[in-house]
Design a binder for this molecule. Structure first.
Ligand SMILES: CC(C)(COP(=O)(O)OP(=O)(O)OC[C@H]1O[C@@H](n2cnc3c(N)ncnc32)[C@H](O)[C@@H]1OP(=O)(O)O)[C@@H](O)C(=O)NCCC(=O)NCCS
Length: 154
């Protein structure tokens, strides 16, 4: 008998972040990182021409977001976050698919990101999408965690 996947995808919308989304995003951020981005930092992303900032919406609630910079034919993922209670439901993967397709559509050739060496869920997510470690910055973060630099050719 064929294996049927009965787990239905959560219905979401991915759209560009607007200024009035920032307080909800900053609250998720505060709950997700030891050194969260501030409201000001998020607001700045909306001003930057080369920054692409998207929110993931479910039933009008923001449940995740992603920010990446595109310069020339390269992209740098600067933030990807799913609200805690929605993790491990495939949303991080859907965001990754969305931004990889977006990047391909605007002829980005290489994507980069930086992740804490201790952030196992994120490392796994990026590996799943074909990102490979290219460098390690020792004791890069405030708590002395190493930063792993990863890249993917599109
Ligand atoms: C990293 C993050 C975005 C992943 O989002 P998510 O919606 O949970 O991801 P998915 O459910 O799509 O999982 C994708 C893959 O990541 C890996 N993964 C995710 N969470 C994991 C965990 N807790 N333990 C082990 N592997 C995990 C798995 O390989 C998973 O693939 P699988 O479901 O096929 O096994 C989410 O954990 C998060 O927001 N973390 C806090 C913020 C953060 O650290 N962001 C990254 C900064 S660099």
């Amino acid at each position: 008998m064929p294996i049927v996947n009965l787990q239905k995808d959560i219905e979401i919308e991915i759209r560009r972040v607007r200024i009035d989304d920032i307080s909800a995003i900053a609250a998720i951020e505060k709950n997700s990182y030891p050194d969260p981005w501030s409201v000001k930092m998020f607001e700045r992303e909306l001003q930057l021409e080369f920054s692409n900032f998207f929110a993931v919406i479910k039933d009008r609630e923001i449940i995740g977001y992603v920010c990446f910079w595109t310069v020339s034919d390269e992209a740098q993922i600067t933030n990807i976050t799913v609200k805690e209670k929605f993790r491990r439901k495939g949303l991080g993967s859907r965001i990754m698919k969305y931004i990889i397709n977006f990047a391909k559509a605007i002829e980005i050739k290489k994507m980069f990101l930086e992740v804490r060496a201790s952030n196992y869920p994120a490392l796994k997510l990026y590996e799943k999408f074909g990102f490979q470690e290219i460098d390690v910055r020792k004791r890069y973060y405030s708590n002395s965690d190493d930063a792993v630099i990863m890249s993917k050719i599109l």
